[in-house]
Design a protein around this ligand. Structure first.
Ligand SMILES: *Cc1c(COP(=O)(O)O)cnc(C)c1O
Length: 330
């Protein structure tokens, strides 16, 4: 079975398991796990920020990150199919009293005129105030689309002038970095807080980080514990993340090549596939998924007429070619 449902289905490699087994650990609620500290420092450095906080999931990193910018009763603006709006089960409202309004872009991009039109400055005690704008790079439900750095710079300039902060859901910022060659720190420089995942294309079994200023991270550490996310000898998991950063970033280029190959097989223009996700419009999405599975390829339904294929560490060139044959026959 070739599993293209998500890049979360990866299994830790033998080398990653070995790195986990020999990790130095301590109680991370006391701030004493050396491997966690190393991972946090490393990821903060890569993105050019002061500090980072290890979290069990990307959703928790996003909830803590948005919370650091938006007070209860204020709002964050984001694209309509953003993970924070669509796939976190209302966590930002349920936990933190954050409200959201969304703009729509078929490729998940920044639409500055729309954002400017929606933006709500402080107008006294009558209206919701926009405290932050959130972007997702790469954009998951828009098919792994990359947000160009130029657009993010323009957004940053506008946000600073308007008195709002910028949040980046960078679950797959690694893919954007590899696809464009843009240094991670340049993405980091145009936002206030970032969430990144180690458990998607990087292939770690668990783990994400919130990245930002020292103050924001100190505060998030309290909220992480409050939410039940204080973890103890978690260096075994941080070691998987460090191993992934050493060995699984540059190889994402292979996933991107495999995705273009699959796109072509599914009648999708490979030029529209920026990274490792292919979105295929199918009226018969549910049926297509069943027939693909019968033929040995698992794909996902992410909307009534939308099928998604995701390439990752566990899909070799050979697998991608075999899957392409199966899918093109369907
Ligand atoms: C996967 C993902 C997350 C975090 O998901 P978890 O399953 O909570 O780790 C956040 N944002 C995007 C865009 C994602 O794809």
């Amino acid at each position: 079975m070739i599993d293209l449902r998500s890049d979360t289905v990866t299994q830790p490699t033998e080398a990653m398991r070995a790195a986990m087994a020999r990790a130095d650990v301590g109680d991370d609620v006391y701030g004493e796990d050396p491997t966690v500290l190393e991972l946090q420092e490393r990821v903060a450095g890569l993105l050019g920020h002061e500090a980072a906080l290890f979290t069990p999931t990307g959703s928790m990193a996003n909830v803590l990150a948005v919370r650091s910018l938006v007070a209860p009763g204020q709002e964050v603006l984001c694209e309509a199919s953003a993970h924070i709006a669509r796939a976190e089960l209302g966590a930002h409202g349920a936990y933190n009293g954050v409200t959201m309004r969304t703009w729509v872009h078929p490729r998940g991009q920044v639409d500055l005129p729309m954002i400017q039109g929606m933006f709500a400055p402080e107008l006294g005690p009558f209206f919701v105030r926009t405290a932050a704008i959130s972007v997702e790079n790469t954009h998951n439900f828009a098919g792994g689309a990359v947000l160009p750095l130029e657009d993010l710079r323009d957004l940053r300039e506008y946000a600073v002038g308007a008195g709002a902060a910028v949040h980046l859901d960078g679950a797959r910022i690694w893919n954007a970095h590899v696809a464009t060659g843009t240094p991670l720190a340049e993405y980091g420089a145009v936002v206030d807080v970032i969430a990144v995942c180690l458990s998607k294309g990087l292939g770690a079994p668990v783990g994400s980080l919130m990245v930002g200023s020292r103050d924001a991270i100190d505060e998030a550490r309290i909220w992480r514990k409050r939410m039940g996310g204080g973890m103890r000898q978690v260096g075994v998991l941080a070691a998987a993340g460090l191993h992934a950063l050493d060995h699984h970033v540059e190889r994402l280029a292979d996933d991107h090549a495999h995705a273009r190959l699959l796109a072509e097989a599914c009648g999708v223009d490979p030029a529209t596939v920026d990274t490792n996700i292919v979105v295929v419009a199918r009226q018969d999405a549910a049926d297509f998924v069943v027939r693909a599975a019968e033929a040995g390829v698992r794909v996902a339904v992410v909307g009534p007429t939308v099928v998604r294929l995701v390439t990752h560490l566990g899909v070799t060139r050979d697998d991608a070619e075999r899957a392409a044959k199966v899918l093109s026959a369907l």
